[in-house]
Design a protein around this ligand. Structure first.
Ligand code: NAD
Length: 430
């Protein structure tokens, strides 16, 4: 997309006006606009999971202001929590003032695990398997010719010796599998199943599990941003002070798992919302993210924030995030869900690596939005203003009354359902 991604004053428009603005931005057809609102049919849903009785609708919003590697981008997000879309759009605006996000990613290498038991000498089994690696890779590659034709497929084998598990010694064979644009769970599981009989034959052991690992630490995406600190000024608080507050907030997450869990939840607020919008498996991404956050033996922050001053330049707040991201642009629900297909069009039809890079950019911006708000006004003030609308909705307010009641709740400083219910009652009486 070459157009500017700020979509000026989007928040002031009605949903219908926003849709028109989006249609112009992403060149969407009537059918595509319809898909954003209607989503799945019951028939399509019935083909996806078991025992379907209906569909469940969530809000789809647009995050604005993204500039990633020089490309303008509006990011569709599906999430039920207020403040996330507004927060990330604001943070992306701050980040673009410093040149935007710089991203990169690894090859899309997933890990398939084969669990081998009943082995008396683990080292000997590894030696036997190493001799036969060519045959093992061929066995792993016998299915999924499409992925191989595209340059993917099984690329290597690694071994993990676990001599002291609760069930005795075991050897774990890792197949390193390049999934190209697929998330790859099915492809990797098939490869792990394909290789298992040969592993048993070579070693004389017994295979139990054959399944991918969601700790996809060989399939990662990275992002970095540099924000001129004067951009961070807020009211009476200088940019340098805000940068220091953000740094201190990050230092707590870096040192303390209790804070890190919430800090990383903020990162995932953004990443999950893009994963859902694009039909990706957010549980897989969550599992990988939190396992990765504990990779050094203690659960810690996924992001890093620091204040950097280089000779002859002004001071910047630097943010960085690298994490596993197993996302696909083919397979799973990505192509089966009509709204996900439109979300992919809004994103300019990225391949899987680019989509992962977009997601880490969103995660980093979301993290900045949360810790900046926490470190300055406190998150509640802004959050509760938006939350008030949800409270009004939850007690049955409709149309313009939703905002009216929300405003009253905020003005009174009691954003609670009981009071909202009273206000709805009063409105009905008048
Ligand atoms: P999939 O089974 O639909 O496979 C993708 C297929 O797309 C490939 O086999 C290939 O033939 C084809 N393809 C066409 N163009 C391609 C390209 N450019 N790059 C790569 N492949 C291309 O999907 P998948 O990605 O193997 O599996 C994803 C699904 O598996 C998700 O729905 C996920 O929820 C689910 N799943 C997850 C787990 C887990 O995370 N632990 C376990 C099991 C299943």
């Amino acid at each position: 997309m070459s157009q500017n991604s700020s979509l000026k004053s989007l928040y002031k428009l009605s949903p219908a006006e926003r849709l028109q603005k989006l249609a112009d931005y992403a060149n969407l057809s009537e059918a595509e606009l319809m898909a954003l609102n209607v989503g799945l049919s019951t028939e399509q849903a019935n083909a996806m999971i078991e025992n379907v009785v209906g569909r469940y609708v969530l809000p789809l919003g647009l995050a604005t202001n993204f500039l990633i590697n020089g490309q303008e981008l509006v990011v569709p997000m599906v999430v039920e929590e207020s403040s996330i879309v507004a927060g990330v759009s604001y943070a992306a605006k701050l980040i673009r003032a410093g040149g935007g996000f710089k991203t990169s990613s690894s090859d899309p290498i997933m890990i398939g695990q084969v669990q081998l038991l009943d082995i008396s000498d683990l080292d000997k089994a590894v030696e036997q398997l190493k001799v036969a690696e060519g045959d093992l890779l061929a066995a792993a590659n016998q299915h999924h010719p499409t992925i191989q034709k595209l340059g993917g497929g099984a690329k290597g084998i690694e071994y993990r010796l676990l001599p002291n598990t609760a069930a005795g010694p075991m050897l774990i064979v890792h197949i390193l599998y390049d999934c190209r644009d697929a998330m790859g769970a099915n492809a990797v599981n098939t490869a792990a199943e394909g290789i298992a009989p040969l592993i048993e034959q070579i070693t004389g052991g017994r295979v139990n599990l054959r399944i991918l690992s969601n700790l996809t630490d060989q399939r990662t995406a990275k992002v970095e941003c540099l924000i001129p600190i004067e951009q961070l000024a807020k009211g009476d608080v200088s940019g340098a002070q805000v940068a220091q507050f953000v740094f201190e907030a990050w230092a707590l997450a870096d040192a303390d798992p209790y804070r890190a869990a919430t800090h990383n939840k903020g990162v995932m607020n953004g990443i999950d919302a893009v994963a859902i919008a694009t039909g990706n498996d957010w549980r897989a991404i969550e599992a990988g993210a939190h396992a990765y956050a504990a990779r050094k033996g203690r659960y810690s922050s996924l992001t890093t924030w620091s204040i950097v001053t280089k000779a002859n330049t002004s001071t910047h707040l630097r943010g960085a995030l690298d994490m596993p991201l197993s996302v696909g642009t083919v397979g799973g629900a990505t192509k089966a869900h009509p709204t996900a297909r439109v979300a992919m069009k809004i994103l300019g039809h990225p391949n899987a690596r680019t989509l992962a890079e977009i997601m880490v950019a969103v995660g980093l911006a979301q993290n900045l939005a949360a810790i900046r708000a926490l470190a300055t006004e406190g998150i509640q003030q802004g959050h509760m203003r938006l939350h008030a609308r949800q409270v009004a909705l939850s007690v049955g307010a409709q149309g313009a009354k939703v905002q009216e009641i929300a405003n009253k709740l905020v003005a009174e400083g009691t954003i609670r359902a009981e009071r909202a219910r009273e206000l709805v009652g009063l409105v009905k009486q008048t």
